[in-house]
Design a protein around this ligand. Structure first.
Ligand code: FAD
Ligand code: S2G
Ligand code: ZN
Length: 494
C-alpha cells in the first residue's frame, strides 16, 4: 500500500463515535455489538480476530464490530453509516488473502457470521437459498443427505462463508467441472450503500429481464454492497469420486499429461491440480496428508492430483486403471509413478497434499501470494524466473526468502506463486512488485485469477485492465456508493 495514497478514500469518512455505538445498540442485541466505545465495553483484544487477516499480513484498527442477524438489521446499520459517512468493511469468514476483509483504518466491521440460516433447498432442482453467513462446509453438510454438492470447494471451506465466496467470486478446486459462481449463482439479496435492500433472490434458472445486476456484486469484494442472501444451483452428487496422485519427472510433461487425461477420462474428470516438488515437500513436512514413499517420489519434479466424479464406481475405476497403465506403459512415460486412492481415508489424504499447501506455507513462514492467470506452459518458468530474480537481489537465503513455490488449478490456467519469507519486509516487497505484475502482463495474464484485488492489488489493476475498463468500474462504484463508505480502499482506487 506504500505505492499509492491509501488515504484518499478516507478523507471524507468519519470515525465511529459513542453516539453511533448507542444507535447501533438500538438496532442490534447487545451480543451483536462488539465495541471498545461505550455503551459497549469490549476489550480491544476481542476485536483482534476481526481486525487481522488470515495470513497476519493486513491489520485494521476498527473499534466496532457489528454482527447482525437479519437483512433488516444490516439495512438499518448501513443506513446509519451512510448518513454518518462512516466506512464499512463487510466480513465473512475472514479467509480472504488480499487484505479485502479487514479495515484499513477504523472502519466498522459488519461481520455476517450471525446470518447463517438456510432459507430453502429444493431437492429436485438443487436450488439452495441461504443467508450469506452460512459456512461453505455447513452448506455442504446440509445438502449431502439430499445427494447434492456445492459447486465450489476450497481449502477454506471450514471457515469461509457463501457470501464471501460470492463477493470474491471464489474459484477453487471444482471450477474445472462445475464452472464459475457467475454461472451457478441464480440470485442475491444485497444491502446497498444507502441501506436499500436489493432483492434479486430469484430461484429461476432463466430470467432474461433487463441488465443482470447480480453479476456486478459477484466478485465486487464488498465494494458495492453487503450480500445478505444467495440463491445458488447445486449439482447432483456424483455416485462415485476417486483420485490419483501422479509423480512427473519434468514439469514439461504437465501439458501433454493434461491433454491425455482429458482425452481418456473425458466427462468424469472433475479436478486436475498441479503441485511443484517444494510445495509437495512442504505439505508433507507440515503434516498435510500422508506423503508417498521415497521410492514413489524418487526424481519427481512435480505432481498432479487428478479427481474423477462419475456415476459408476467400477466404470470409473476401470477408466482410471486403464489411464495409469497406458501412462506407465508408454515408450516415454509422462509419469514416474501414480498412486490411486484405495479408500475414503486415502482419498482425503491425497487431497490434503494439495489442499493443505496453503496451511503448510503459512506454517513455513510469511507468504507473499501471487494468485495469477498465465499460460499453462509458463507455470514453471514464472516460478523459476521469480526465484532467479530474488537470487539476483541477494534475497534468496535463510533469513530472507526461504522458498519460491508454485501450485494451482491447471485447468483454469491459475498458478499460485508463493514466495515464503522469514518476515514481511519492504526489501522483499519492493523486489517482488512490480516485477511479478510486469512478468504476468508480459504473458497477457491476470494479476488476480480468483482471490480478487482487495487492498493488496488496487495499485496494480492497470496491469490487467485497460484505462477504459477501470474508468467504467469507477463510474459503477460512483453510481452505487457515491459517498465511498463500502469497503473503502479496496479493489478500485478512486
Ligand atoms: P472474507 O475473507 O471475510 O472477505 C473476502 C472479501 O469479500 C472481502 O473484500 C469482504 O469485504 C468481502 N465480503 C465478505 N462477505 C461479504 C458479504 N456478505 N457481502 C459483501 N462482501 C463480502 N480462494 C479461492 O478463490 N480459491 C481457493 O482455492 C482458495 N483456497 C483458500 C484456501 C485457504 C486455506 C484460505 C485461507 C483461503 C483460500 N481462498 C481461496 C481465499 C478465500 O478463502 C476466498 O476468497 C473466500 O471466498 C473468502 O470467503 P470469506 O467468507 O472468508 O470472506
Ligand atoms: C489454493 C489458496 C490460497 C493460496 O490452494 O487453491 O487458492 O494461495 C489457493 O495458498
Ligand atoms: Zn486456488
Amino acid at each position: 500500500r506504500r505505492w499509492h495514497s491509501a488515504e484518499a478514500p478516507f478523507e471524507h469518512l468519519n470515525p465511529v463515535t459513542e453516539q453511533d455505538v448507542q444507535q447501533f445498540a438500538s438496532i442490534l442485541p447487545p451480543s451483536s455489538v462488539l465495541s471498545t466505545l461505550p455503551p459497549s465495553s469490549t476489550a480491544a483484544s476481542e476485536l483482534d480476530q476481526y481486525n487481522n487477516d488470515w495470513m497476519g499480513k493486513y491489520h485494521g484498527k476498527s473499534t466496532t464490530v457489528l454482527k447482525p442477524k437479519t437483512t433488516q438489521q444490516v439495512s438499518d446499520i448501513v443506513k446509519l453509516c451512510w448518513e454518518r459517512r462512516v466506512g464499512i468493511v463487510p466480513q465473512g469468514g475472514n479467509t480472504g488473502l488480499v487484505g479485502g476483509s479487514v479495515p484499513i483504518h477504523d472502519e466498522v466491521v459488519v461481520n455476517l457470521s450471525n446470518m447463517n440460516k438456510v432459507r430453502s433447498f429444493d431437492p429436485v432442482s438443487g436450488i439452495l437459498v441461504a443467508d450469506a453467513g452460512c459456512i461453505l462446509q455447513s452448506l455442504t453438510d446440509y445438502i449431502a443427505p439430499h445427494h447434492h454438492i456445492m459447486p465450489l470447494d476450497l481449502g477454506a471451506k471450514g471457515s469461509c462463508h457463501i457470501g464471501g465466496n460470492v463477493a470474491t467470486n471464489a474459484g477453487g478446486l471444482r471450477l474445472l467441472r462445475y464452472g464459475s459462481l457467475h454461472g451457478s449463482v441464480l440470485g442475491i439479496e444485497v444491502v446497498l450503500p444507502d441501506g436499500t435492500i436489493l432483492d434479486q433472490l430469484t430461484s429461476l434458472r432463466k430470467d432474461n429481464t433487463g441488465y443482470d445486476l447480480k453479476q456486478l456484486f459477484i466478485g465486487a469484494e464488498g465494494t458495492l454492497g453487503i450480500i445478505t442472501g444467495v440463491s445458488i444451483l447445486t449439482p447432483p452428487a456424483p455416485q462415485a469420486s476417486n483420485n490419483v496422485i501422479l509423480a512427473l519427472p519434468h514439469f514439461d510433461n504437465v501439458l501433454p499429461l493434461y491433454k491425455e487425461v482429458k482425452r481418456q477420462l473425458s466427462e468424469i474428470l472433475s479436478a486436475f491440480e498441479f503441485i511443484d516438488r517444494t510445495a509437495y515437500d512442504l505439505a508433507v513436512k507440515h503434516g498435510q496428508g500422508r506423503g508417498l514413499t521415497e521410492e514413489e517420489v524418487d526424481g519427481a519434479q512435480c505432481f498432479v492430483l487428478v479427481e474423477t466424479s462419475g456415476g459408476r464406481r467400477d466404470h470409473d475405476e476401470e477408466k482410471l486403471n486403464d489411464l495409469l497403465e497406458s501412462l506407465l506403459g508408454a515408450d516415454q512415460p509422462l509419469i514416474t509413478n501414480g498412486v490411486l486412492s484405495q479408500s475414503p481415508a486415502q482419498f482425503s489424504s491425497l487431497w490434503s497434499l494439495r489442499e493443505g499447501v496453503t496451511e503448510a506455507v503459512s506454517k513455513e513462514g510469511k507468504a507473499y501470494k501471487y494468485d495469477i492467470s498465465v499460460p499453462l506452459s509458463t507455470f514453471k518458468q514464472v516460478v523459476d524466473v521469480t526465484r532467479d530474480h530474488l537470487r539476483s537481489k541477494g534475497l534468496l537465503h535463510d533469513g530472507a526468502v526461504k522458498h519460491v513455490i508454485g501450485y494451482g488449478h491447471v485447468g483454469d490456467g491459475n498458478l499460485h506463486l508463493n514466495v515464503i519469507a522469514e518476515q514481511y519486509t519492504d526489501e522483499i516487497q519492493d523486489a517482488l512488485e512490480p516485477f511479478i505484475y510486469e512478468l504476468v502482463a508480459s504473458h497477457r495474464g491476470s494479476i488476480s485469477a480468483e482471490h480478487g484485488i482487495g487492498a493488496m492489488k488496487t495499485h496494480a489493476l492497470h496491469f490487467s485492465k485497460s484505462d477504459v475498463s477501470i474508468a467504467l468500474m469507477k463510474q459503477i462504484k460512483q453510481l452505487f456508493d457515491p459517498r465511498g463508505i463500502m469497503n473503502p480502499g479496496k479493489v478500485i482506487e478512486l
